[in-house]
Design a protein around this ligand. Structure first.
Ligand SMILES: [Fe+2]
Ligand SMILES: [Fe+2]
Length: 459
C-alpha cells in the first residue's frame, strides 16, 4: 500500500494546488522585473528566513479567542525591508515541517504556495504604495495596514477555497463562522512589523539591528506561556466533553454527530439572540452534552427501530434527569450548562418534561438548544422515521412556534436559516465536519466559537 505521505489529494484540490503554484511562479518572475533596492545580503536573508522558519506554528493567543502567528509579522517586516521578490521566496523556502501521514506533501506544498502568494501580492501592494506616495512615518503605518489587508484577503481566500473544494461547504458560511472578525487582528497588529523592520535597519543596541528584533521576539514568544496554561485547561475541558460525546456516539451510531450539529445551530441562534461570546461558548458545551443521559438508557430501548411503548418512552424521557446525575461529580464545572441538559425537552406551552415548565420559566439556553435539537432530529431522521427536508423541518418549527417552541426564537431561527447556514443541510454539515482535507487550524465548524487563527494554513 502507498504510504499516506505520498498519497494524492482529491483531484480538484490537486488541480487547484498546481494552478496556484503556476501563478506563484509567474508572480515571482514579475516581481524580479520591478526596479527596486539592491538585493539583500545573504546574512540578512538567513536571519529573517530562520526567524520565519521558527515562527511557523508559534501562536500567541489573544483575547476573544484570537491567535496571531509570528510568521505573519515576520513576513510583513521582510516586505518592508527587502525588494518585493524576496519575501515570497522566504515564505516558500524557509519552512521545515516534517512530512507525515497527517501532514502529506500536498498540504506542505499548499501551505508554502499560499504563504508565497499572500506574501508576494502584499509585497506588490507595499511596493506600489511606497513608490506612488513616498511614505513618511505616519503614512507608512497606513500603508502597512493596507498591505496586511492584502495579505489577509489572499491568505484567507486561498484557505477558504481549498476547504470549499474539499468539503463543499458554502463559502459565505465558512467566512462567517471563522474569519469575519479576524481582519481586525491583522490590521491592528501590522504596525508591529513596521517597528521590527525599522529596528532592524536602524540598530538601537550595538550596530546590528537583529539584536533588537531578537529581544522583541523573545518577549513576544514568552508572553505566550501565560496564555498556554489557560489554553491547556480549556483543552482538557474540551477533551472531557469529547469523551462524553463519543461515549454516546459509540452507543448510538445512528445519531452520529447529532450533538455537534445541535451545537453549531444553537451557537448561531444564540448569536442571533444577541448573546455574547462567553455565553455562546457555554451554550456550545451544553449543546454537545445535552443528551448525555442517554448513555444510561438500555440499547434495546434507545435503538428500537419501531415506535416506543409509553413505558419505554418514559424511560427515554428520563435522559434529562439522568444527564444531570451523570454530570454531578463535575457539577462545579458544568453548573451553568446543567439547565440545558435538564430542560431541553420542556415545551413553551408547559407540556414538556421533566418539570412541565412553560414560557420564560424555561431557561433561555435550554429553549435555544430545544429548537436546535428539534431541527437536527427532524432532518436527521430516526430509526423509525425517515429524515425530513430542511424546508419541511423549518415549516414544522413554525407550525409549532408558541406551542412547543419559543415563538420569538423560531423567528430568529428562520432568519438565520434563510441565510443558508452550513448546518442547514445535514449532508453538507457532515461532509464539512469530516472533510478529506482537514480544516487545519480552522476550528471545527461546529465549534466556531472556540478557536480561530490568523495566518491560516492547512496542518
Ligand atoms: Fe434530548
Ligand atoms: Fe438531542
Amino acid at each position: 500500500m502507498q504510504p499516506q505521505s505520498l498519497a494524492l489529494p482529491p483531484r480538484p484540490v490537486l488541480i487547484y494546488i498546481c494552478i496556484l503554484t503556476a501563478i506563484l511562479a509567474g508572480l515571482l518572475y514579475g516581481l524580479t522585473l520591478l526596479p527596486s533596492k539592491s538585493a539583500p545580503l545573504v546574512g540578512d536573508l538567513l536571519f529573517w528566513g530562520l526567524l520565519l522558519a521558527w515562527s511557523y506554528g508559534t501562536w500567541i493567543r489573544l483575547p476573544f479567542s484570537a491567535y496571531i502567528s509570528h510568521s505573519f509579522i515576520i513576513l510583513l517586516a521582510s516586505i518592508v525591508l527587502f525588494p518585493p521578490w524576496v519575501p515570497p521566496l522566504l515564505a516558500l523556502v524557509f519552512r521545515f515541517k516534517k512530512l507525515s501521514n497527517s501532514y502529506p506533501w500536498y498540504k506542505d506544498l499548499f501551505n508554502r504556495v499560499q504563504y508565497g502568494l499572500s506574501t508576494g501580492l502584499s509585497a506588490l501592494a507595499w511596493y506600489y504604495l511606497n513608490s506612488t506616495f513616498h511614505l513618511g512615518e505616519l503614512t507608512s503605518v497606513v500603508a502597512i495596514i493596507g498591505t496586511s489587508a492584502v495579505f489577509f484577503a489572499v491568505n484567507v481566500g486561498l484557505v477558504i477555497s481549498v476547504i470549499r473544494l474539499s468539503s463543499g461547504a458554502p463559502v459565505r458560511k465558512i467566512w462567517a463562522s471563522n474569519f469575519s472578525w479576524l481582519s481586525s487582528s491583522y490590521l491592528l497588529l501590522s504596525p508591529v512589523a513596521l517597528f521590527l523592520a525599522n529596528a532592524y535597519s536602524k540598530p538601537l543596541v550595538g550596530d546590528w539591528g537583529g539584536f533588537t528584533v531578537l529581544a522583541f521576539m523573545v518577549v513576544f514568544y514568552f508572553s505566550r506561556f501565560y496564555w498556554d496554561e489557560k489554553v491547556k485547561l480549556e483543552d482538557a475541558f474540551n477533551a472531557t466533553i469529547d469523551t462524553l460525546v463519543q461515549a454516546l456516539d459509540a452507543k448510538d451510531n445512528f445519531t452520529r454527530l447529532h450533538s455537534e450539529r445541535v451545537s453549531a445551530i444553537a451557537v448561531d441562534l444564540a448569536k442571533a439572540k444577541g448573546l455574547d461570546e462567553a455565553d455562546r461558548r457555554k451554550i456550545a458545551y451544553g449543546a454537545r452534552i445535552h443528551d448525555i443521559g442517554k448513555v444510561g438508557i438500555p440499547d434495546d430501548v434507545l435503538l428500537k427501530p419501531v415506535r416506543l411503548t409509553s413505558q419505554e418512552f418514559e424511560l427515554i424521557k428520563s435522559h434529562t434527569t439522568r444527564g444531570v446525575e451523570i454530570l454531578k461529580p463535575a457539577a462545579r464545572y458544568f453548573k451553568e450548562v446543567l439547565p440545558i441538559v435538564l430542560y431541553h425537552h420542556e415545551r413553551w406551552d408547559g407540556r414538556g418534561y421533566p418539570e412541565g415548565r412553560a414560557g420564560d420559566a424555561i431557561p433561555l439556553w435550554a429553549r435555544i438548544v430545544c429548537i436546535a435539537d428539534a431541527y437536527e432530529a427532524m432532518t436527521a431522521g430516526r430509526s423509525y422515521s425517515p429524515p425530513k427536508s430542511p424546508q419541511r423541518a423549518m415549516q414544522e418549527l413554525e407550525d409549532l412556534a408558541g406551542d412547543q417552541f419559543d415563538p420569538e426564537l423560531v423567528k430568529l431561527f428562520k432568519e438565520i436559516w434563510l441565510q443558508d447556514p452550513i448546518w442547514k443541510d445535514r449532508e453538507v454539515f457532515l461532509r464539512s465536519y469530516t472533510s478529506p482535507v482537514p480544516l487545519s487550524e480552522l476550528p471545527s465548524l461546529s465549534r466556531s466559537e472556540s478557536a480561530s487563527v490568523t495566518s491560516q494554513e492547512l496542518s
